[in-house]
Design a protein around this ligand. Sequence first.
Ligand code: URA
Length: 274
Amino acid sequence: MTLDPQLRRALAERIRYYGELGVYDFYRREASAPDAITTSSEPEIDSGQREPMTPRAKTVLPQREESIFEAGVPKPESRTTDPVQALKIIRQDLGDCTRCRLHKQGRKQIVFGVGDARAQLMFIGEAPGADEDQQGEPFVGRAGQLLNNMIKAMGIRREDVYIANIIKCRPPGNRTPERDECETCSPFLMRQIAAIQPKVIVALGAVAAKTLLAINAPMSELRGHWYDFRGTKLAVTYHPAFLLRDPRQKKETWKDLQMVMQDLGLPMPSKGVE
Ligand code: URA
């Protein structure tokens, strides 16, 4: 939705005022965003609510208009240029989060993110599962083992990248995150991304891709291209949990990872994802 410039200015002014008071935590529901994040499994479900775009366009979606909720409001981490410190401040700010219903639906702990605060490459998944909830670290279960293999196949180590999820608390029964849960939680992820400033983001699966890009399209269309995510290159590939169910897609995933490797200047090993 494009706001009337006068209204936009007035809103920005008000938000800046709140920022001066130390209030910068806003939740917004975007009227034009796709209604639902359909599934955490990758089958080609398309609700038909795709935003106007050329699905096979080789690169780059139009960048989303910078949110007035983010513009000009200094976050507490802006007082440091050290990404390690910035992540600590963001984690502190998150606290023992009760901002959405998930805090009372059986989560054991918040799963913030793990890895190198100066990573060039960031992987973003969907939500913690049982193992992650137990251990407090993203991608440590079976899907995590496969993600580790994917990272290894790229010739790098898990410690070299940063790994996070769209939401930080396990949804009950590993259900797909609700849209309002993503909207409430993802501002913290946005701040993590801003602190780390990776060169490339890889969105793992439909939930991550659709939340970050605010588009609704089948995975087969989303993957294989570069997108511009607020000035950072973003690629989409299949979620490792999906690959465990459909290993035939590992070949396509390997193509996506090779695209990323090429961009990062990583040498191309011949072996793919196992
Ligand atoms: N699946 C995800 O999307 N994230 C995790 O951390 C684990 C499984």
